[in-house]
Design a protein around this ligand. Sequence first.
Ligand SMILES: Nc1ncnc2c1ncn2[C@@H]1O[C@H](COP(=O)(O)OP(=O)(O)OP(=O)(O)O)[C@@H](O)[C@H]1O
Ligand SMILES: [Mg+2]
Length: 471
Amino acid sequence: MENILLLEYLCQEHTNLTDEEIRTIEDISRNLPLIADLNQANVFIDCPTKEGKYAIVVAEAVPTTAKSVYKNPVVGKFAYESFEPAVFFTLRTGKNMFLNRALTQEGRTVEQSVVPIKGVHNQVIGTLIMEKDISEKLYHQDKMKALSEATETLSEILIGMTTDRPIIPEVIEEALFFIDPQGSILYYNPAAINLVSEVCSTDCTFGAQIETYFPCLKDVFYSPEELLVTELEILRKSFQVKKISLGQKAEGTFIIFRDMTELREKERELVLKSVAIREIHHRVKNNLQTVASLLRLQMRKGVSEDSKVHFIESLNRVLSIAHVYEIILSNSSVDDVEIYSLIEKIGNMLVYSGDVEHKDIKIKYSGPILTVKSNKAVSMALIINELIQNCMKHAFVGRAKGSIEVSFGVTKGSLFLSVTDDGVGYNAAAIPSLGLDIVKMMTEHDLSGKFSIRSNDVGTIASVKFPIERE
Ligand SMILES: Nc1ncnc2c1ncn2[C@@H]1O[C@H](COP(=O)(O)OP(=O)(O)OP(=O)(O)O)[C@@H](O)[C@H]1O
Ligand SMILES: [Mg+2]
């Protein structure tokens, strides 16, 4: 019972899971002890945390049929991508991962199998993990024998063998320190020398306290976690800092600094850029709406009945493009336009609002959730606008009611869009005017596609088909 309360608390505190999703995780957690016993392995449930960077262990079971991999409980601890890549792979992709190597929160090597836990909409809400200690297995493999011994002697190698040939730490980009339990530096690599001289303007010396160089490292170093990944800001530079404490046999701690400044800088620039782009979209939308209001104003000031139609048509064209920007601004992406919403907005505007005659006309939409880039969306908006406007203008002449259907979809790398009505039908001898010219031009030039319009047994069908790149 206590475990369930803890699980609920951890999920609410650290994850974005809904109550329903937490319930699902709880149900699964009840079976963990059985799974652990059957597989003679430790099993866990990890859920992604709010920021998505880490995962948190919300439930665990220790096998009673085998030796546990862990000395201490791990519920509430964080899992890091660098040590448990399989967990993050599964969280991200929803795929299974079997028998992957991982480093436990206590610094042991284990074999990890991970399967996703999915919610009602098939989204990944957590992972079910099974871990088996493989140090024994490693020991029996001759080749691997050296490796298990290496853990013990790693510190010696690092400190002693630096003279004649470079070993791996010498050539890596990350700054690496090996520190004894009292906090004094036993080893540092060339990147570490550079880091210390850059940050403190002094030389790095053996035996010096790591804290004198990096006071902000205190919390990381003395935290009880054996493995820790965090980000620190030092002299306006960003570093990812990893702490790896070795077990009882080889006492000591590795501290690894990775300079993330450039990456973070790029991220910041990207954010700024996308903010600027959104701002521009906003202005474009406002300007288009201003143009529309000017047209409307002019129309109210009195224009002849003949030109009124043309004003309304132009107005609708401008507003259709404005809808593209409205949709971009309503979601978080910079340049993706969801076309169902776009079609719906334009259709509703033309059929249900504003300057239309009083007729009983209905419009229906069908199609999948699909996004296109804004330049294509603008062409599509104009095409849809013309085709629906034509239905309103020509299809139901002399009729009291009618219906329009707009549908779209993707087949074999092409997007198709059709506007059908149950009106008077299309006269093949009709002379295309500006409207259908716009549709043809947009389809052929901007979308590299094909347009056709003809009568069918109920009315008129106009369709457009153009290739789309796979994203
Ligand atoms: N859904 C339809 N039902 C019946 N006839 C149509 C339909 N769509 C188009 N037509 C015919 O095709 C002709 C050309 O259409 P087009 O959109 O090019 O010109 P328009 O609508 O007359 O003028 P505008 O340039 O203002 O759009 C129309 O005049 C009409 O006769
Ligand atoms: Mg027209």
